[in-house]
Design a protein around this ligand. Sequence first.
Ligand code: XMP
Length: 518
Amino acid sequence: PVLVVDYGAQYAQLIARRVREANVYSEIVPHTWSTEKILQRNPAALILSGGPASVYAPGAPQRDAELFEAGVPVLGICYGFQIMANALGGTVERTGVREYGATAASTSGDGVGTILDGTPDVQTVWMSHGDSVTAAPEGFTTLATTEGVPVAAFENRERRLYGVQWHPEVKHSAYGQKILENFLFEGAQLTPTWSTGNIIEEQVAAIRAQVGDGKALCGLSGGVDSAVAAALVQRAIGDRLTCVLVDHGLMRQDEVAQVEKDYVAATGIKLHVAREQDRFLAALKGVTDPETKRKNIGREFIRAFEAAEQKVLSDEAQDGQPVRFLVQGTLYPDVVESGGGEGAANIKSHHNVGGLPEDLQFELVEPLRALFKDEVRAVGRELGLPENIVGRQPFPGPGLGIRIIGEVTEERLDILRRADAIAREELTRAGLDDDVWQMPVVLLADVHSVGVQGDGRTYGHPVVLRPVSSEDAMTADWSRLPSELLARMSNRITNEVEEINRVVLDVTSKPPGTIEWE
Ligand code: XMP
């Protein structure tokens, strides 16, 4: 693999994704790994990520020259670039010039070298640094400068060492992907062979090897991850997989029906739906505090899932073959966040993955452990899953329960469901599903405002549209949807959902606002 050494900002995952987008397999390893340990993994190339430290600050992560002398091609990015400069005898200083955001980088007189090949002489790059490289190490060519930084990119082609001060992995760097690909294909001479087709074949074989002739159980949440994980396992072991879906009554319009119908039709999966709306409504009666809502929904979810699970387990045990495996849709970002890609994953404590009774000893099957979300979607499409499942936006486990501000009742759920369905339909029709990470629609159920409709005065509720763009939900910005689209959503919602007489747009980034309102 190409190993991305994570120096601690949020960029490592983005880098790994961009490398995979170039059809090269990559993994993230923590910067605390020794050079020896990194080299033992036999990397085809290394990328050192950005990070928040100053290379000369006491205790800052460092790297000795050994890593750069192993003959493995290396690309240093931002802090990784400075680490490389520092390790090989260049100069890194706090010059007083700090660059944040879009900056113009110009190629220096020494030529574009390998990594800037095919990019213009002046290009927009995304910077985020306080320290600067003021002198490249001996034997290195300076490839680019900015107004404030004398060495913004360098290379030593012979030793296959490259570095850029800016962040080629973010979309704001105009030629970022080109630069990464130059490194992978010219600098490191790799071939692009990683594809979703391979993933399916590999995973089906791995699942068969793990499960043998055993039986497995999978909790479906209605979301993409569990749907794709289950479909992969079903492809590997067929009817020996049983899925359980708890319908908590807090799903969006037609969501459960789509899973029951389209998804089952596409996969042939064995599905048990536990209809538990009443249990959840009862647990939410009179509750307005967001944390109490979450806690109550979580608690009931575990109970409902366990009950359904017990039923499936006892049915399946009839033939003397108990269920021993549990399928989880754990993704690579969860694995990285919980300690760096080695050893057993933590079982997600989120209730939408299903709580496990403690006395049940399941062995976990996690076929998506190496994948990012966009790759999971690609695998799902390749497996023939319906678009209304694969293209689904992230949806919180507690569902519409945390999108009704105020008490959750059946009537309010019905109002919100209708408004939400209209907003999503219009977004899809405008072809903007891929530009928007997620668009919660929030019902301010305890707020009334005066309106006028026809000749009459109305006294209805507002809904909030919360479209956001994001890479990973950790940070987000509000999406600048076209105003005609917003107008259409607003018109249709207020016309078709009688109880709503006002539609407002949330224009807050995260931070400070979270994506959900509760
Ligand atoms: P916030 O509101 O914290 O949301 O900005 C970040 C992302 O997480 C989703 N979310 C949840 N997902 N269980 C989940 O599975 C939850 O309890 C939960 N709360 C928030 C949210 O939709 C967004 O994608």
